[in-house]
Write a protein that binds this ligand. Sequence first.
Ligand code: GDP
Ligand code: MG
Length: 175
Amino acid sequence: INSGNGKTHNFKVVLLGEGCVGKTSLVLRYVEDKFNSNHISTVQASFLSKKVNIEGNRINLAIWDTAGQEQFHALGPLYYRSSNGAVLVYDITDEKSFQRIKIWVKELRKMLGVDICLVIVGNKTDLESDRHVSLEEAESYAEKVGALHFQTSAKLNEGVEAMFYALTQKMLEKT
Ligand code: GDP
Ligand code: MG
């Protein structure tokens, strides 16, 4: 028996991570199947919507992207308030961007507790030859903090759909 049959859920998902790791690219790839090789300034909308169906559940994702405030360390609780899930993005070629994720995990766990579903995402796998964050290190960290871990390339459209799907499934399990 699937008790979730026919239900509609509205989930808020926030993107977090350093500037230029590919947050906006991941959202645009997922929602509009587009990729742009330039840095995309996010001034259009505060969030993009995506409908997902999982086993009879209709899910409306509101995916919040930053408008670049992360560069001024000015993303606060107003942004991630009442989120069901967070996508914490680092760039596999940039060790510093991975260390930054750890600060976000601490802050989210402190402010939102275990209720928020976390997925840590190593983006830009097409730049493998320039990798500076090992898969093992990232996976073991994610496991330690109870987060999912995925690697993606927004550019090549690898792992993006699977990552958002797994996060959505996890949020659904929490309802
Ligand atoms: P944000 O600041 O985190 O939102 O990052 P953007 O989405 O604006 O991307 C920053 C830069 O990284 C842009 O030049 C993108 O084209 C590039 N980028 C994003 N994703 C990928 C990827 O998967 N592979 C490569 N090679 N470049 C990427
Ligand atoms: Mg952006």
